[in-house]
Design a protein around this ligand. Sequence first.
Ligand code: SF4
Length: 171
Amino acid sequence: MDVVKGCCGTGMGSGGTEAVNGYEVARIEKAKNSCYLCEDYAERQKTRPVAVMCCEGACLRGEIARQAANILCYSLAKEKTARICLGGAFTKNTGQRNLVRNTTRLIALEGCFVNCSSRMMSGVIEGLLPEVIVVDQLYDFNRELFGIEEMPPEQIQAHARNVAQQIAANL
Ligand code: SF4
């Protein structure tokens, strides 16, 4: 699959992409390798009623979203949820993408309003309609902060747990 939705205007992008009519068109090299551990995981998860993907961003907002997704899927609601590997689902049309495609309910935890995970996956699965949760709207913090190193790890974990609890309450 080689078509990816983006948020650019028109004209050529700087990284080998082309922006057309509000979409950024990219080519993804097909994966040459497959991880049987990942495929086995996807097979085991496919009966879970809720799939949870996350933007996995490297900034503070992405990190809190990532930790919240992990707490939700591996602690608070582990029988109900399947934690999606976003990179695997986006770049390979195999088990992880099928979890996203076939789930009864799809939740996208986005670190911020850029909404990367839902835009990425909408680019490779036609008509995808995830429930988008903009995680940085669910906790109070200094909105001038950007990097993970700008907040103590304990505070990051506390925000992530708080977010995960809010989402779990509505599952
Ligand atoms: S949604 Fe925001 S925090 Fe997450 S990857 Fe995109 S830009 Fe980064």
